[in-house]
Write a protein that binds this ligand. Structure first.
Ligand SMILES: *[C@@H]1O[C@H](CO)[C@@H](O)[C@H](O)[C@H]1NC(C)=O
Ligand SMILES: *[C@@H]1O[C@H](CO)[C@@H](O)[C@H](O)[C@H]1NC(C)=O
Ligand SMILES: *[C@@H]1O[C@H](CO)[C@@H](O)[C@H](O)[C@H]1NC(C)=O
Ligand SMILES: *[C@@H]1O[C@H](CO)[C@@H](O)[C@H](O)[C@H]1NC(C)=O
Length: 349
């Protein structure tokens, strides 16, 4: 009935309807035109150099960049090539990058416990082939971004860089693979970078000794009161409880097994069907424990865990800027990697 009456009323005023339609179409076209303009307008500042041409130049010289293109596509890595959002200085009107930080953890690894030797010949906690491959690919991405554009010397100049890693084998191994990806070429198959590490106990930057600090301990105790009291149960199980979650999948496996299954799954190691079917929920629930442990949402804990590192990053930026204003050469690329281990794990795994 409604449709019919609407049709009828439409018939009475066809001209008016038509005008409304035309107005609507014109208005839509106008809005779409504005949206397209805003979307594609080049917001970058005018520049004396043409970054596109610069990039194109170095790209053609580097046989590796074109050969890694498909990899970058498949991992959905975004390379900024159209314009460079680098700051403009008063003293130097040409926009250019003066400093960059790169921070990562490590590539895919073997589980920390119960790693089957057949699949993980390097042993528990160590990078897998997939981990090395992906780290190398990250290096190729960084090569394109920082070496291919001429920001870093393609022959690898140590004074331009600092590679600072926590003394954990999988972090150091990741660094070597990333560095090889960045600097290795057909001619220099052997090229990599100097990597710095410190003994775990003396590494205030990447392994802040949080557990020796009362304020940290009391913040953790507040976040998870049972942690100190219960020495018999696994830390992850207690913290998972503190995170306020209780998924039934953990009646079948322990929360601590998640590490094994998640890493098995990522590295194409066969896992039981029910693990395969529930891998997303296992990962999600496991993250709740990990987030509590890392202090996500708990500023005091975050400050302790990462404050020294963040402070260092800010200092690096200040130093780079000051040196730039003074026309002084200084380090322009710093790479860091660290990870939070369980309380007693301070060794090289
Ligand atoms: C590109 O390469 C040519 C020849 O090697 C050189 O003359 C030119 O200055 C380069 N352009 C840039 C932007 O580096
Ligand atoms: C390790 O994997 C192999 C091959 O799947 C299997 O035969 C072996 O039983 C596994 N070892 C353990 C300890 O699970
Ligand atoms: C590295 O990983 C990528 C993406 O997963 C894959 O396409 C490529 O074949 C791998 N390379 C090697 C040498 O295994
Ligand atoms: C962890 O370290 C503490 C203090 O050094 C020690 O008492 C405890 O037994 C260790 N726990 C484990 C599981 O190794």
């Amino acid at each position: 009935m409604d449709v019919k009456s609407a049709k009828q009323s439409g018939k009475h005023i066809p001209g008016k309807r038509f005008r409304y339609m035309i107005m609507f179409i014109l208005l839509s076209a106008f809005v779409i035109a504005i949206a397209l303009f805003l979307l594609f307008y080049d917001y970058s500042e005018p520049s004396d150099i043409n970054p596109q041409a610069h990039l194109a130049n170095s790209t053609t010289k580097d046989p590796f960049i074109s050969s890694t293109k498909t990899h970058e596509k498949s991992t959905k890595v975004h390379v900024h090539t159209s314009s460079t959002p680098y700051p403009v200085t008063q003293t130097n009107p040409i926009r250019r990058l003066i400093f960059a930080h790169t921070i990562f953890r490590h590539g895919s690894r073997a589980p920390s416990k119960n790693a089957n030797n057949t699949y993980y010949p390097r042993g528990r906690g160590q990078l897998t082939d997939r981990g090395y491959n992906h780290s190398f690919m990250l290096g190729r991405f960084l090569k394109k971004r920082y070496v291919g554009t001429g920001f870093l010397s393609d022959f690898m100049k140590p004074s331009e860089m600092e590679w600072r890693f926590r003394a954990v084998e999988r972090c150091l191994a990741t660094a070597s693979a990333v560095a090889a990806g960045m600097f290795k070429t057909e001619e220099r198959k052997w090229l990599t970078v100097p990597i710095t590490t410190n003994h775990a106990n003396q590494d205030k930057l990447l392994n802040t000794p949080v557990h020796s600090c009362d304020i940290f301990e009391s913040a953790m105790e507040k976040a998870c009161p049972n942690l100190e009291a219960d020495n018999h149960r696994d830390e992850s199980a207690i913290m998972y409880e503190c995170a306020g979650s209780n998924h039934p999948i953990f009646q079948k496996i322990s929360i601590d097994d998640s590490d094994k299954y998640i890493n098995d799954y990522k590295n194409n190691v066969p896992v039981p069907d029910f693990i395969c079917e529930n891998i997303e929920v296992i990962s999600e629930e496991y993250m709740k424990y990990r987030n509590l442990k890392n202090g996500i949402g708990k500023p005091v804990i975050i400050k302790f865990r990462f404050g020294v590192l963040i402070d260092t990053l800010l200092e690096n930026l200040k130093t780079a800027w000051t040196n730039n204003l003074a026309n002084k050469e200084s380090l322009k690329f710093k790479v860091y990697s660290t990870l939070v281990l369980k309380k007693n794990q301070t060794t090289m795994q």
